[in-house]
Design a protein around this ligand. Structure first.
Ligand code: AHN
Ligand code: ZN
Length: 333
C-alpha cells in the first residue's frame, strides 16, 4: 500500500478552504478580485427573480397609459408596494398637456429612505408605457398601446427590488426612489413638427416642483430599458455632459463586479429622457443607464416601441447586472 503524507501546513490550508466554501457568505457579494485588499462595504445580493416578479405584476395591468383604468390600477399597486418599503411615501398628482393637446392626469410616486439625511442619492425610472407602437413592423399597430415590459416596467422592477433591500438594510446616504409618469407620451413618429419637450412630462413637472420644495441630491441614476437579453449600456451623451464622474463610478463598479459585457466603455447617443430635465432644471447630476444599440434603426433594443415589448423578452441576467451594480454603488457610499 502506498501512502502519501500531506504536510500538516498544507492540509490545514485545505481544511480552511473547505470550511470557507459556502460558510455564511450567502447573504453578501464577495470582492471580485483576490488582490484587492481594500475593505469593501457589505452589499446585499440583488434577487433578479424578485425584480422579474415586480415587472410581471406591472405588465399584468395592461399598458399603463395615462387616463386609462390600467394606469390607475398600476399606480395604486406601485403606491402600495413602494409604500411598504419606504420610510415616507410622497404622491404628486398633476395635469399636463401632451404633444397632441390631450390633458393627462399623471402621478409621480416617490419613496424616501432615511428622509432626515442631508446626503442623498436619487434613483428613478418611468412607470408609464407608450400609447403608440409607432415602431411596430405592422402599420396597423402604430396607434396600439404597448406593454412596455422593458421600456418602463424593467427600471421600476429593479428599483422595487432595491427598495425591498433598503427596507431591511439602510445605506449611509438617504435614498429617494422616484417613479416618473408620462415619460413615453412623446410625439408620435407620424406627427409633424419638432419633438421639443414632448417626452418626460412627469420628470419635467417634478424638476420644477419637487415633492419637497428644497429637494437636492448628490447625484441621480435613471434606469431605462434595463431588461433585454445581452443589453449594452453605452455612456449616454447627456450623462457624460452633466455627470461624467457618476458615469465613471457606475461603469467602473459594474465592470469590477463582473458585468463588463453590459457596461461598455463606449460613448452613446444623446437621449432626451427623464434625466435631462433632472439635470437641466433641478441641477442634480444624473446619469441614464439605458440600452443603446447601433444595430437597430432607432438605436434602442430591437422591440422598442413595438407590441413585442413584452415580458417574454425580459432577461433576468440583465436585471441582475443592473440591480447588483446599482446596489453596490449605493452601499459603497
Ligand atoms: C427620444 O427618443 C428623443 N426620447 C425617448 C426616450 C425614451 C422613450 N425612453 C423610453 N422611451
Ligand atoms: Zn419609450
Amino acid at each position: 500500500m502506498i501512502t502519501r503524507k500531506v504536510p500538516i501546513a498544507i492540509s490545514m490550508i485545505i481544511v480552511g478552504l473547505l470550511s470557507c466554501a459556502g460558510s455564511g457568505q450567502q447573504d453578501r457579494e464577495s470582492p471580485a478580485s483576490g488582490e484587492d485588499l481594500q475593505e469593501r462595504a457589505w452589499v446585499p445580493v440583488f434577487n433578479a427573480d424578485s425584480a422579474f416578479a415586480f415587472i410581471e405584476a406591472q405588465v399584468g395591468f395592461g399598458p399603463r397609459v395615462p387616463n386609462t383604468p390600467a394606469h390607475q390600477a398600476c399606480g395604486d399597486y406601485l403606491e402600495e408596494t413602494l409604500g411598504r418599503f419606504a420610510d415616507t411615501l410622497y404622491i404628486q398628482e398633476a395635469r399636463v398637456r401632451a404633444f397632441d393637446g390631450t390633458v393627462l392626469n399623471i402621478r409621480n410616486i416617490i419613496g424616501a429612505f432615511q428622509p432626515e439625511r442631508r446626503n442623498r442619492i436619487l434613483l428613478c425610472a418611468h412607470w408609464d408605457s407608450r400609447p403608440f407602437a409607432d415602431w411596430d413592423e405592422d402599420p396597423a399597430k402604430h396607434y396600439t398601446p404597448i406593454d412596455g415590459a422593458n421600456d418602463g416596467a424593467s427600471g421600476v422592477g429593479v428599483l422595487l427590488e432595491i427598495a425591498r433591500h433598503l427596507s431591511e438594510h439602510p445605506t449611509r446616504p438617504g435614498i429617494d426612489i422616484v417613479f416618473f409618469d408620462a415619460e413615453d407620451y412623446g410625439k408620435h413618429e407620424a406627427a409633424t413638427g419638432a419633438d421639443g419637450d414632448t417626452w418626460a412630462l412627469g420628470a419635467q413637472h417634478w424638476a420644477r416642483s419637487p415633492h419637497r420644495s428644497d429637494y437636492q441630491a448628490n447625484y441621480g441614476i435613471l434606469l431605462d430599458m434595463v431588461g433585454a437579453e445581452n443589453a449594452t449600456f453605452k455612456k449616454e451623451g447627456f450623462s457624460m455632459l452633466f455627470a461624467p464622474a457618476v458615469v465613471r463610478k457606475v461603469w467602473e463598479t459594474g465592470q469590477r463586479i463582473g458585468y463588463g459585457s453590459y457596461f461598455l466603455n463606449q460613448e452613446g447617443t444623446y437621449v432626451t429622457d427623464d434625466h435631462f430635465y433632472v439635470n437641466d432644471i433641478r441641477n442634480i447630476p444624473t446619469i441614464n443607464i439605458i440600452h443603446l444599440d447601433d444595430g437597430t434603426p432607432h438605436g434602442f433594443f430591437p422591440q422598442w416601441h413595438t407590441t413585442d415589448d413584452r415580458i417574454e423578452f425580459i432577461d433576468k441576467g440583465t436585471l441582475k447586472a443592473v440591480g447588483q451594480t446599482v446596489l453596490t454603488v449605493i452601499f459603497e457610499e
